[in-house]
Design a protein around this ligand. Structure first.
Ligand code: ADP
Length: 407
C-alpha cells in the first residue's frame, strides 16, 4: 500500500488552485486506477478533497472502459497492474484521437530513467512516484487540469467557430444563388427587351419611311395612326421595363391597406379609359396595417386593375377585396368577371412578355410584362401571387401580406 505524506491543510493554496482553473473543480473528473484498492481509496480521497469528481478502476481493462464511457479530464494510472499495465492503457488512450487530449499521470513505485522513458514513449503527460506526496499530487493534477480546461474551452470555441463558418457559408451560398438568379433575370430581361422593342420601333420607322413618299391624305393619316399606336406601345414598354428594374428596390414600412387600395383606384381612373367598367372596394372594417413597400404595392394593384379592366366586358364590374386571412395576415384580391384564363395558361402568364393566345388577348393590347412585375414585387414581400380563373367567367388575382399587430 502507498503511504501518503501527512496532509497539512493550506486553505490559501487550495483557493488559489481553484481560482486558477478555467471552470469550477467539481466540473472536472479524475479517474484513479490501481490494482490495490487501498491506493485507489487514498488517491481518491486527496483528489476529492480538492473538489474534483472521482472515478475508480481496479485494472487496465476496466480503466479503458471507464475512459471510453466517461471521458474523464485526467487519469491517475498505476504502472504495474495484472493484465493491461499502465503503459498499455496509456498507449490506447493516446492512440485514440477522441481521447488523446486526456492527460495521463503514471504513478509508479519503480524509480529510474528507463521507466520514465517508457512512460513518455507511451505518451504519458506526467509522473508521480510512490509514495505519493499529497501536495505534489495536488499541484500536478491542478496544472494538468488547468491545461485540459483551457484545451476544452478552445475546442468549444473551435466548434462554435466551425458552426458559425458553416452557417455563414450557407448564407453566402444562398446570396450567391439569389445573385445568380437576378443575373439570369437581368440577361433574360435584356434579351427579351431588345426583341420586344424592335417590333414597335420597326413599325414606327416603316410608317415614317412610307409617309415621306406618300401623296394620298387617307394613306398618310393611316400611316400616322400606325406610327402613333406603335410609339404608344413603345412608351408603355419602356415604362414597364423601368418598373421591372425598380421592382428590385423596395422600402418596407407599415402601410394602411385601405389607403393603398384607394390610391391605386384613383391613379387607375386617371390614367386610362374605363370602358364603362365599375371598380368597387370591398374592405373589412378595422384592417391592421401591413408591412409593405407602398409604391411597389400601388404598382401591383394598378397592373392587376389594368388587366381586370382590359379583359372585362364594357360596363363590367371589378372588386378590390381586402380582409383578414388569419390573425397574422391580410388577404388582398382583384376580381373581375371578364374573359378568364384557360387553366393550361395559368402557370405561363407570369413570365415576362407572355400573353395568352394572340388571337384573343393580343387584341387587347398590353406588353406582357405587367404580371411579371406583379410577381417580382409580391415575391419581394415574401408572398406569392395566387390566381383563380375560369374561362368566360372571370379571374381573381390575390396575395397575403404580414399584418402588423399590437401584440
Ligand atoms: P399584358 O400587358 O399583356 O396584360 P400581363 O403580364 O399583365 O401582360 O398579362 C399577361 C397575360 O395574362 C395577358 O396578356 C393575358 O393573356 C393574361 N391575363 C392577365 N390578367 C388577366 C385577366 N384579368 N383576365 C384575363 N386574362 C388575363
Amino acid at each position: 500500500m502507498v503511504i501518503m505524506d501527512a496532509y497539512s491543510p493550506n486553505k490559501e493554496t487550495s483557493l488559489l488552485a481553484a481560482s486558477a482553473l478555467p471552470r469550477p473543480p467539481d466540473q472536472f473528473t479524475v479517474l484513479v486506477v490501481d490494482d490495490d484498492p487501498d491506493v485507489v481509496e487514498v488517491l481518491s480521497f486527496f483528489v476529492a478533497r480538492d473538489g474534483y469528481q472521482v472515478l475508480k478502476a481496479y485494472d487496465g481493462d476496466e480503466a479503458l472502459r471507464a475512459v471510453q464511457a466517461h471521458r474523464p479530464d485526467l487519469v491517475l494510472l498505476d504502472v504495474r497492474m495484472p493484465g493491461a499495465d499502465g503503459y498499455a492503457v496509456c498507449r490506447c488512450v493516446k492512440a485514440n484521437p477522441k481521447m488523446a487530449s486526456i492527460p495521463v499521470v503514471l504513478v509508479t513505485n519503480v524509480k529510474g530513467l528507463g521507466n520514465e522513458v517508457a512512460g513518455l514513449d507511451a505518451g504519458a503527460d506526467d509522473y508521480l512516484n510512490k509514495p505519493v506526496n499529497n501536495v505534489e499530487l495536488s499541484a500536478r493534477v491542478r496544472a494538468l487540469l488547468r491545461t485540459k480546461g483551457l484545451y476544452d474551452e478552445l475546442e468549444a470555441q473551435k466548434d462554435h467557430l466551425e458552426d458559425a463558418v458553416r452557417e455563414r457559408t450557407a448564407q453566402l451560398q444562398e446570396a450567391l444563388e439569389k445573385l445568380k438568379g437576378l443575373d439570369r433575370l437581368k440577361t433574360e430581361i435584356i434579351n427579351n427587351v431588345s426583341h420586344e422593342l424592335r417590333t414597335p420601333l420597326t413599325q414606327v420607322k416603316n410608317a415614317v419611311d412610307l409617309i415621306e413618299g406618300c401623296t394620298s391624305p387617307d394613306e398618310m393619316s393611316a400611316l400616322v395612326t400606325a406610327a402613333k399606336s406603335a410609339s404608344v406601345r413603345l412608351e408603355r414598354l419602356v415604362k414597364n421595363i423601368t418598373e421591372l428594374g425598380a421592382g428590385l428596390n423596395m422600402n418596407f414600412e407599415p402601410v394602411a391597406v385601405a389607403d393603398l387600395i384607394y390610391q391605386a383606384i384613383v391613379a387607375m381612373r386617371a390614367s386610362r379609359p374605363m370602358n364603362g367598367v365599375q371598380i368597387e372596394a370591398v374592405l373589412e372594417d378595422d384592417l391592421p396595417p401591413v408591412r409593405a413597400d407602398r409604391m411597389g404595392l400601388v404598382r401591383v394593384l394598378q397592373h392587376l386593375l389594368d388587366n381586370a379592366i382590359k379583359f372585362s366586358p364594357s360596363g363590367g364590374k371589378i372588386e378590390v377585396i381586402a380582409r383578414r386571412r388569419d390573425a397574422g395576415s391580410v388577404w388582398i384580391a382583384v376580381r373581375d368577371h371578364g374573359i378568364g384564363i384557360p387553366e393550361t395558361e395559368l402557370d405561363n402568364i407570369f413570365e415576362q412578355f407572355y400573353q395568352v393566345d394572340g388571337s384573343t388577348t393580343r387584341a387587347y393590347g398590353g406588353t406582357g410584362i405587367g404580371l411579371a412585375i406583379v410577381k417580382l414585387i409580391v415575391e419581394g414581400h415574401g408572398a406569392r401571387v395566387e390566381v383563380a380563373s375560369k374561362q368566360g367567367q372571370g379571374s381573381t388575382f390575390s396575395f397575403s401580406l404580414p399584418a402588423i399587430t399590437d401584440s
